[in-house]
Design a protein around this ligand. Structure first.
Ligand code: NAD
Length: 486
C-alpha cells in the first residue's frame, strides 16, 4: 500500500503536494500506510479560487443533474469498497466490524440520501398577506415565496475518527444544494479521502466543484477559514478549534456549521432495564475505542442501582478483546496516535487523583505495537472531577452517583458540552420529562440507536447549527424572500 500515489484534487487536476508528502502511520502496527500530499498555501488558495470560479455554473445546474452525479459517486464508491475498507482500516486503526459496517457503507448511504436530497423542494410559498400602507409603499395584498439558495463555496474540515463518513456527511448535502466544496481531512488519516476525491472526479463533477487539500498541520484549514473566496465553513472537530474557527470566520461573516466536542451523560434510574443500559454504555468501549463524540461516556447512576451498574460495566469491560483490529474477534482497537493515547492516560490519572476509583483498565494493554488504552472504568466520581467534565475521546467511562431527578439533571447539565445525552428508565413519561430538561441537542431514551433523519448538533460548546436528513441540506442554504403584489 505504501507505493500508492495519493493526490490532491484542485480544479479537476490530481496533483502532488508542492510541500512534498508526509507519512501516515497505522495506529495498530506503527508502520507507514502511505504518503499523504503536503499542500502548499498556494495550492490551498488555488483550490478556493477553483471552487469560487465553478460556483456560478454549478449552482444553476438542474437538481436532476446534481442528483445523478451524487448517485454515480455512490455507485463508484461501492465498486471500490474492497480497496477502501483496508485503507481506512489501516490509517484509522478501526476494527473489522467498524471498518466494514460503518466507515465505507455509511458513506455510500449518505451519498444516496443526498442524491434524493437534491430533488427536495427549495421553494416555499407563503399565504398572501395584507400589508399596511407606509411611507415606503401603498400597502395591499402581497404574495411571497421563500427560496433556499446555495451559500457558495464551502470549506469542509473534518476530524480523524470517521474520515470519509464525516466528509460524505458534508459534501453530500453541500453539493446537493448547489454549493462547491474544498475538502480538508484530518492530518492523521487523509488517504481514503484523497481516493474519495478521485472517485468524485471520476463520477463527472465539473472541475472545481470538488477540491481536496491535505497537510500534516493545521495550516491548510486555517488558510481556508481565512480565505475571502470561502463563504461557509462546515467543521467537525474539537471545541477549542471550533472556537478559533468561529473567531476568524466571524470577521468575514462566513456561515458556520460547527459540530464540536461532547461528553454524553447517561442517566440511569433505579427502574432501568440494566441489561440494555449496560450493553448500551459498553458501546463506548466497543465502538471505535470511544473515539466517538456521541457516546454515553459519563454515567450518572441512581444510588439504588449504582453498585449493579458499576459491577455490570466492570464485567462488560473485562469481556472485551483488545488488540489487532484485523482479528475478527477484536472489539477494542488502538487510538489514532501516541499523542491521543498519552492525553487519555493523563486524564485517567487526573480523574483518579481527584477521587475517582479505578475499577477496570487504566493500564496499557499487553500489545507489542500500537496506541492502545484498555477499556477503563472510573467510578465514585464527584461531578466536579476533571474526568467527568472533560472529553476523553477514548475508551473511558466515568460513573457519578445521584439521589433524585433534579440532581441527575443538574449533574448532566454540569459540563460545557451539550451534544448527546441518554436517559435509561422504565418510566417513559419520566424519561421524556427529564430529556426535555437536558441542555443538549440530542437525547436517546433507552437506546443508542440514532435516527439519521432527525436534526443532529450541539447546544452550548458542542456547536452551532444542525445536520441530519433534510436539516443537513438546509444547513448549506441561505433563505431568500421574493415578494410581489397580489
Ligand atoms: P481537531 O479539532 O483537532 O481537528 C479537526 C480538524 O480541524 C482537522 O482537520 C485539523 O487539521 C483542523 N484544524 C486544526 N486547527 C485548525 C484551525 N485553526 N483552523 C482550521 N482547521 C483546523 O479534532 P480531532 O482531534 O481530529 O477530532 C476529535 C474531536 O472531534 C473531538 O473533540 C470530538 O468530540 C470531535 N468530534 C465531533 C463530532 C460531532 O459531530 N460533534 C464528530 C466527531 C468528532
Amino acid at each position: 500500500m505504501t507505493t500508492a500515489k495519493f493526490r490532491l484534487l484542485i480544479n479537476g487536476e490530481r496533483v502532488a503536494g508542492e510541500g512534498g508528502s508526509y507519512d501516515i502511520i497505522n495506529p495498530a502496527t506503527e508502520t507507514v500506510v502511505g504518503q499523504a500530499p503536503e499542500a502548499s498555501l498556494a495550492q490551498v488558495t488555488a483550490a478556493a479560487e477553483a471552487a469560487a470560479t465553478a460556483f456560478p455554473a454549478w449552482s444553476r445546474t438542474k437538481p436532476e443533474e446534481r442528483s445523478a452525479l451524487l448517485n454515480k459517486a455512490a455507485d463508484l464508491l461501492r465498486e471500490r469498497m474492497d480497496e477502501l475498507i483496508p485503507l481506512v482500516q489501516a490509517e484509522t486503526g478501526a476494527t473489522q466490524r467498524v471498518a466494514s459496517t460503518m466507515q465505507v457503507p455509511t458513506c455510500v448511504e449518505r451519498f444516496r440520501r443526498y442524491a434524493r436530497g437534491a430533488m427536495e423542494p427549495t421553494t416555499m410559498a407563503l399565504p398572501p398577506g395584507e400589508m399596511p400602507a407606509t411611507a415606503l409603499a401603498a400597502g395591499g395584498l402581497m404574495s411571497a415565496i421563500a427560496v433556499r439558495q446555495p451559500v457558495g463555496v464551502v470549506a469542509c474540515i473534518t476530524p480523524y475518527n470517521f474520515p470519509i463518513v464525516n466528509m460524505a456527511g458534508k459534501i453530500g448535502p453541500a453539493l446537493a444544494m448547489g454549493n462547491t466544496v474544498i475538502v480538508k481531512p484530518a492530518p492523521q488519516d487523509p488517504l481514503a479521502v484523497t481516493v474519495f476525491g478521485e472517485i468524485l472526479d471520476a463520477a463527472g463533477f465539473p472541475p472545481g466543484v470538488v477540491n481536496v487539500v491535505t497537510g500534516s498541520g493545521p495550516e491548510a484549514g486555517q488558510a481556508l477559514v481565512a480565505s475571502d473566496r470561502v463563504d461557509m465553513v462546515s467543521f467537525t472537530g474539537s471545541t477549542p478549534v471550533g472556537q478559533a474557527i468561529g473567531e476568524v470566520a466571524g470577521r468575514g461573516m462566513k456561515r458556520l456549521l460547527l459540530e464540536l466536542g461532547g461528553k454524553g451523560a447517561g442517566i440511569v434510574f433505579d427502574d432501568a432495564d440494566l441489561k440494555t443500559t449496560i450493553g448500551t454504555i459498553a458501546s463506548v468501549w466497543a465502538f471505535h475505542s470511544g473515539q466517538i463524540c456521541t457516546a454515553p461516556t459519563r454515567v450518572i447512576a441512581q444510588r439504588g442501582v449504582y453498585d449493579q451498574v458499576v459491577a455490570g460495566l466492570a464485567a462488560a469491560a473485562g469481556r472485551l478483546k483488545v488488540g489487532d483490529p484485523l482479528a475478527r474477534d477484536t472489539v477494542v482497537g488502538p487510538l489514532i496516535s501516541a499523542v491521543q493515547r498519552d492525553r487519555v492516560e493523563a486524564l485517567i490519572q487526573t480523574g483518579v487523583e481527584q477521587g475517582g476509583e479505578l475499577i477496570a483498565g487504566g493500564l496499557r494493554p499487553d500489545c507489542e505495537t500500537g496506541f492502545y488504552v484498555a477499556p477503563t472504568l472510573i467510578a465514585g466520581c464527584r461531578p466536579t472531577n476533571a474526568a467527568v467534565l472533560q472529553e476523553f475521546f477514548g475508551p473511558v467511562v466515568v460513573v457519578v452517583p445521584f439521589d433524585d431527578e433534579d440532581e441527575a439533571v443538574a449533574i448532566a447539565n454540569g459540563t460545557e458540552f451539550g451534544l448527546y445525552d441518554y436517559v435509561f428508565s422504565a418510566d417513559t413519561t419520566r424519561a421524556l420529562r427529564v430529556a426535555q430538561q437536558l441542555r443538549t441537542g440530542n437525547v436517546g431514551l433507552n437506546t443508542a440507536q440514532r435516527n439519521h433523519e432527525a436534526p443532529f448538533g450541539g447546544f452550548k460548546m458542542s456547536g452551532v447549527g444542525r445536520d441530519g436528513g433534510s436539516f443537513g441540506l438546509q444547513a448549506y442554504s441561505e433563505l431568500q424572500s421574493i415578494v410581489w403584489p397580489g
